[in-house]
Write a protein that binds this ligand. Structure first.
Ligand code: HSE
Length: 388
C-alpha cells in the first residue's frame, strides 16, 4: 500500500508492451485494471493488429516520447534484442520477462542502458512470481553469496510430479504442462534444461557478478523414465531439475543437472509447477524462496513489480567482477547412471565433476539420447555397483 501511495505522486505511467502471448496478455489485463498505468502501445505481428493501440511498427513506440517504459514479453533472441537495445539507447526503461535475450546479451543490454541513461529490469526472467532477482540484489549488498541453487523450471517440475505421483507417461505429462501454459512454445527449452540454464546465467550475474561462459554442464529430464523415478524412490530420493552456482570468491562454477534429492532438501516436496530458489551466505545461512514459477499471471506480477520500480526511480547494478574465473572443478559430486550391464541396471560413480558425468552419459547414449544420469547426495545409493 505504501508503494501505491507513493506511485500516485509520480503520475500515471504510459507503457508500451511487446508481445501478447501467455505473459503479455496477463500483463495487459493487469495494466488495464490499474489506475496507475496506461497501456498506450501494444506491439504485435501485422496480422494480429486488432485495435487502436496495436502496432506492428516498433518505431512508433521508439519515437513516442510519452512512453517511458517498454515491457518486453516476446521471448527469444530476435527481434527482442534489437528492440530492447534501441529502447534502452533512446532513454526508455525496459522491463523484460525474456530470459533468453537477457542471458545471451547481458553486456550489450547493460551498455545500451548506460548509453541511454535508462534502466533495465529483469525480475520476471527467473522464478515467475518469486522475487528472486530482488532477493539476490538485496542479499549481496551485505555479504557475498557463496552458492545458489533452484528448481527454476515449472514445466519440468510439474512433469516430474505427474510421472512420480500420478503414473503419467512423459508425453502425457508434457501435454498437460503445455495445456496449462507452463511450457515454452518449444518445450525443448524446458525439457533439455535450456530454460534453466538461461536462469542460471542470469542468477550468476546477479549473485556473483559473474560472466558465465556459453557452454557449461547442462542436462535435462528427456531421458528420465518411470523406472528411474521408481528406482530413486526406493532409496527415498526424488528427481528434480536443479540449476546451481557456487563461488569461492575468486572462482565460480555453474551447472544444470537432474539431481536426486532426499527428504531434507528444500526441493523434496515441491508440488506442481512451483519453483524453489535458494541462496547461501556466510552469516545469514540458507534462504529459500518458493512460489509460482511459470504461467501468465504469476510472471505478470513480477513484471508489474518492475514497472512500479521503474516508475519510482529504482535501479539495479549488473556490473561484472572481471577477476572472477570460471572453474568447473568446483562442482564435484556423486552420480548414478543407467547401466544395462550392471546388476540392478544402475551404477554409481563418486567424486566426479559435473562435466565428466555428462560426458560419461553421452558416451553411453541410447538412441541419440544421453543415458539417464542424476547427481545424488554424497554417499547415497551405497549398495549399487561402482563403474565397471
Ligand atoms: N517454461 C518456463 C517454466 C516458464 O516452465 O518455468 C517460466 O520461465
Amino acid at each position: 500500500m505504501e508503494t501505491l501511495r507513493t506511485l500516485e505522486t509520480v503520475g500515471k505511467q504510459k507503457l508500451a508492451l511487446l508481445g501478447m502471448g501467455t505473459v503479455g496478455s496477463a500483463v495487459a489485463a493487469m495494466i488495464d485494471q490499474s489506475t496507475l498505468a496506461e497501456l498506450t502501445h501494444v506491439f504485435r505481428r501485422a496480422n494480429k493488429v486488432l485495435d487502436a493501440r496495436d502496432t506492428s511498427d516498433f518505431s512508433t513506440i521508439l519515437h513516442d516520447a510519452s512512453v517511458m517504459t517498454v515491457i518486453e514479453t516476446l521471448g527469444g533472441d530476435q527481434p527482442a534484442k534489437d528492440f530492447l537495445v534501441q529502447a534502452l539507447k533512446s532513454g526508455k526503461n525496459v522491463v523484460t520477462s525474456n530470459k533468453t535475450v537477457v542471458a545471451r546479451n547481458f553486456d550489450l543490454l547493460v551498455r545500451a542502458a548506460n548509453e541511454g541513461g535508462s534502466r533495465l529490469f529483469i525480475e520476471a526472467t527467473c522464478g515467475g512470481a518469486v522475487p528472486w532477482i530482488n532477493a539476490l540484489m538485496r542479499a549481496r549488498r551485505l555479504e557475498p553469496i557463496s552458492q545458489f541453487s533452484g528448481v527454476m523450471n515449472g514445466t519440468t517440475n510439474f512433469m516430474i510430479e505427474q510421472m512420480r505421483t500420478n503414473g503419467c507417461s512423459f508425453d502425457s505429462a508434457l501435454r498437460q504442462a503445455q495445456e496449462r501454459g507452463y511450457a515454452e512454445a518449444d518445450p525443448t527449452a524446458d525439457i533439455d534444461g535450456i530454460d534453466t540454464a538461461a536462469k542460471v546465467v542470469i542468477s550468476a550475474r546477479v549473485a556473483f557478478r559473474a560472466r558465465t561462459p556459453t557452454v557449461f554442464p547442462r542436462s535435462g529430464i528427456r531421458a528420465l523414465t518411470r523406472e528411474d523415478v521408481d528406482m530413486l524412490a526406493s532409496y527415498g530420493l526424488v528427481p528434480r531439475l536443479v540449476g546451481t552456482g557456487v563461488t569461492d570468491g575468486q572462482r565460480f562454477a555453474v551447472a544444470v543437472e537432474l539431481s536426486a534429492v532426499g527428504a531434507e532438501s528444500p526441493f523434496a516436496t515441491l508440488p506442481d509447477n512451483l519453483n524453489t530458489l535458494v541462496l547461501v551466505q556466510p552469516h545469514s545461512g540458507m534462504l529459500a524462496f518458493t512460489g509460482q514459477g511459470a504461467g501468465g499471471k504469476p510472471t505478470a506480477s513480477a513484471v508489474m513489480h518492475d514497472v512500479l520500480d521503474a516508475a519510482l526511480g529504482e535501479s539495479s547494478e549488473y556490473e561484472v567482477n572481471e577477476h572472477l574465473r570460471y572453474d568447473p572443478s568446483l562442482l564435484i559430486g556423486d552420480y548414478v547412471f543407467r547401466s544395462p550391464q550392471a546388476p540392478g541396471g544402475y551404477e554409481v560413480e563418486r567424486d566426479m565433476s559435473a562435466e565428466d558425468a555428462l560426458r560419461h552419459a553421452f558416451e553411453r547414449s541410447e538412441g541419440g539420447l544421453p543415458a539417464f544420469i542424476s547427481a545424488i547426495p554424497k554417499g547415497a545409493l551405497g549398495d549399487l555397483p561402482g563403474r565397471c
